[in-house]
Design a protein. Structure first.
Length: 218
C-alpha cells in the first residue's frame, strides 16, 4: 500500500490467488463434513474416544489454514474499499476500511493461536510434551521438498511445545506486510487530521487468544 493521498494497492492479490481461494472454499466444505462426522462419532463412541479427539485437533489445524486464506481475501477487499474511498477523498471512511483490514490480521493470529492451544491441550493429555529434538531424533524441518520454507527463529529456539506445527505460517512475511499497512494507514491519517492507530503486529506471538478491541473515533 502506497501514497498518503490515495492508499494505492500494489499488485492484484485476489486475481493472483483466485485458484487458491476457490480450492480453499472447496476444502473448507469438506472440512465441515469431516468435523461433523467426528463430532457425531465422538458423542456415541464407547472406546478410543481420545483417538477421535486427536483427529479433531488435526482437522481444526487444517481448518485454520483454510480460514486464513478466506481472511486474507476479506482483508484485501477492505483494502480495495479503502483505495476506492481515498480516491473519492472520503478520508474518514478510507481510514476506517484500512482499520477493518488490520482487525482481520489480528483475528488471523488469534485463530491460529487458539488452534495451537487446543491442539496442545489435547495432545498433552496423554503424551509427553512434544519437542523438536529428543532421543537422537528430530522433527522434519521440510517434509515437503517442493515448498521452500525455513522454520522460524522462534520455533528453532523452542525447547518444549508444538510451535513447530505452525512453522510454515511463521515463515510467511505476514508481520512485515501488516505493519507496512499499519504505517501507511497512520501516514494517511496524519496527512488528513485523523487519529493515529497505536500498536504493532506481532506474528510470532503464540500466546494471545483474544486481542483487545481498540476503540477508535474517526
Amino acid at each position: 500500500m502506497t501514497s498518503d493521498d490515495y492508499l494505492l494497492l500494489r499488485g492484484h492479490w485476489l486475481q493472483d490467488n483466485s485458484r487458491r481461494l476457490e480450492l480453499s472454499r472447496k476444502f473448507l466444505a469438506e472440512n465441515d463434513e469431516l468435523l461433523d462426522l467426528l463430532y457425531r462419532n465422538l458423542s456415541s463412541v464407547e472406546f478410543h474416544r481420545y483417538n477421535l479427539e486427536v483427529y479433531l485437533s488435526i482437522a481444526k489445524l487444517c481448518r485454520q489454514n483454510l480460514r486464513m486464506l478466506g481472511n486474507l481475501e476479506e482483508m484485501t477487499k477492505h483494502l480495495e474499499a479503502a483505495q476506492e474511498r481515498a480516491a473519492k477523498l472520503q478520508y474518514t471512511d478510507a481510514a476506517a476500511a484500512v482499520d477493518q483490514a488490520l482487525d482481520v490480521a489480528w483475528k488471523i493470529r488469534d485463530e491460529r493461536n487458539q488452534a495451537l492451544s487446543d491442539t496442545t491441550t489435547t495432545w498433552n493429555r496423554t503424551w509427553f510434551p512434544r519437542v523438536r529434538e529428543a532421543n537422537g531424533r528430530r522433527v522434519a524441518r521440510a517434509p515437503q521438498d517442493f515448498v521452500d520454507t525455513q522454520p522460524s527463529e522462534k520455533a528453532r529456539r523452542a525447547q518444549v511445545g508444538l510451535d513447530y506445527l505452525i512453522d510454515r505460517e511463521f515463515s510467511l512475511p505476514f508481520e512485515e506486510w501488516v505493519n507496512e499497512v499499519l504505517e501507511a494507514r497512520n501516514h494517511y491519517a496524519e496527512a488528513h487530521g485523523l487519529p493515529h492507530r497505536e500498536g504493532k503486529f506481532d506474528w510470532q506471538d503464540t500466546e494471545t487468544l483474544q486481542s483487545q478491541t481498540v476503540d477508535r473515533e474517526l
